[in-house]
Design a protein around this ligand. Structure first.
Ligand SMILES: Nc1nc2c(c(=O)[nH]1)N[C@H]1C(S)=C(S)[C@@H](COP(=O)(O)O)O[C@H]1N2
Ligand SMILES: [Mo]
Length: 423
């Protein structure tokens, strides 16, 4: 038996194939097995297609996606009754690939809409327990050293729908779409703090936004020294208004709420301010009566984006399973996939870019026999943290809402349709 043939033997229950199939560039024996194209006379080259008979459209100052790709929209969008700007819009994860979220599809979470900030009038104030209070405008910030890194941003309310007692009939985006990844660029916050000179009593930083909600969060200075940014750029362009223009706090790997947008004030303090959004909200009440506050790093998580609800399989055969994994603690070390509801697992192939506190794209080959199947993924990060199954993630947290990172299961029925189930 050749090496390629051996790759086609299932390595876990219900048809999961060896990840070597995706790690290799050539697919000698796999070619006919993976056959998904058209055969016979329909595969012969036709006459010139209509769009080949005349010159195409003119150039344009701003690019747009193909008009045929109607699914590339933030959806679903949900807002508080009586408002249009207080709520969330979600990244359509199931229609994307790779690890970068196009800026126009980055999820949004606003507590009082998107302010229209004039960058010439906006200031960032750095004050409190510092030797020299400072104010910066956008032009001043551009003169400081800058860095850029590809990292995720996740709302800690993401995936909370999986805590519902019965599985909701929703898409991957509806359940998990409050995560996106971008190349974030800006000034390391340590640079600004050094300039202001933090007094020895300074231990926390209270960050306020310039929106009508005046979002306010307390950040330990240790995070600031580690990797906090005053972000000015997202995917190479100035931040978009929805994501914090002209400047936002960006705290890699930490719950999205703490990455205060439209950043206006940074006050060095000796203790946390205990603001509404770090006490009443973004805290988790445990069954033992203790409320967990300041749960900052987002736990290790993964989800299969394809197949998933709305993306149906068309007849038995070999399919690609693909998804994203991430951890607020560092790099993803391993992702495993099950096609039999967690009875057996096979290791997925990871795409080339495995970056800390970033999305990692994983893939696996799966031979669907046309019968029922339950697809699941579970990730492990470089610190050894393993994504818990749903029951473990919910244990002792009947009333908790935030920070859910349990395993997602998609059931595939005989028609090839997927749905959210509890395995
Ligand atoms: N000033 C301000 N900052 C904010 C918010 C807000 O409403 N106002 N929302 C927070 C929440 S809950 C999240 S999850 C992230 C969302 O960032 P995004 O809209 O760029 O995805 O911003 C955080 N920063
Ligand atoms: Mo959030």
């Amino acid at each position: 038996m050749s090496q390629s043939d051996s790759d086609l033997i299932p390595v876990a229950g219900n048809g999961l194939l060896h990840r070597r199939l995706f790690l290799k560039t050539g697919l000698a024996a796999g070619t006919t097995l993976l056959l998904a194209g058209t055969t016979g006379s329909a595969a012969e080259k036709p006459q010139r297609d209509p769009w080949m008979r005349m010159p195409g459209a003119p150039m344009s100052p701003i690019g747009e996606p193909s008009g045929y790709e109607q699914n590339l929209v933030r959806a679903p969008i949900g807002s508080q009754p009586g408002t249009a700007g207080t709520g969330v819009s979600r990244t359509p994860l199931q229609y994307l690939d790779g690890i970068i979220t196009p800026s126009r599809l980055h999820f949004e979470r606003h507590h009082a809409g998107i302010p229209d900030i004039d960058p010439d009038l906006h200031r960032l104030y750095l004050h409190g327990l510092v030797e020299r209070p400072l104010a910066f405008d956008l032009a001043a910030l551009h003169r400081y050293p800058q860095v850029s890194r590809i990292q995720f941003l996740e709302c800690s309310g993401n995936s909370a729908a999986l805590a519902a007692p019965r599985p909701v009939a929703e898409t991957c985006a509806a359940i998990h779409g409050l995560i996106s990844a971008s190349e974030w660029g800006g000034v390391p916050l340590t640079v600004l703090l050094e300039e202001a000179g933090v007094k020895p009593e300074g231990k926390w930083l209270v960050a306020d936004g310039a929106d009508a909600a005046v979002m306010s969060r307390s950040i330990p200075l240790s995070k600031v020294m580690d990797d906090a940014l005053v972000a000015l750029h997202q995917n190479g362009e100035p931040l978009r208004p929805a994501n914090g223009y002209p400047m936002r706090l960006f705290l890699p790997g930490w719950e999205g709420n703490a990455s205060v947008k439209w950043l206006r004030s940074l006050k060095v303090t000796d203790q946390p301010a205990m603001t509404r959004d770090e006490t009443a909200k973004y805290s988790d009440l445990r069954d033992d009566g203790v409320a967990e506050l300041f749960t900052f790093p987002m736990g290790v998580k993964s989800v299969i984006t394809s197949p998933s609800p709305g993306l149906s399989l068309h007849g038995p055969g070999v399919y690609q399973i693909s998804g994203i994994a991430w951890s607020g603690q560092g790099r993803i070390r391993r992702v495993e996939i099950s096609a039999d509801g967690g009875a057996s697992w096979a290791e997925a192939a990871l795409d080339e870019h495995v970056l800390p506190k970033c999305l990692t794209r994983f893939r696996a080959a799966w031979r669907w026999n046309g019968g029922p199947a339950v697809l699941m993924s579970r990730a492990e990060d470089e610190t050894g943290s393993l994504q818990p199954d749903r029951d473990a993630a919910l244990r002792g947290r009947t009333h908790a809402f935030y920070h859910f990172n349990g395993v997602q299961a998609w059931q595939i029925d005989e028609t090839g349709a997927s749905s959210n189930v509890y395995a």
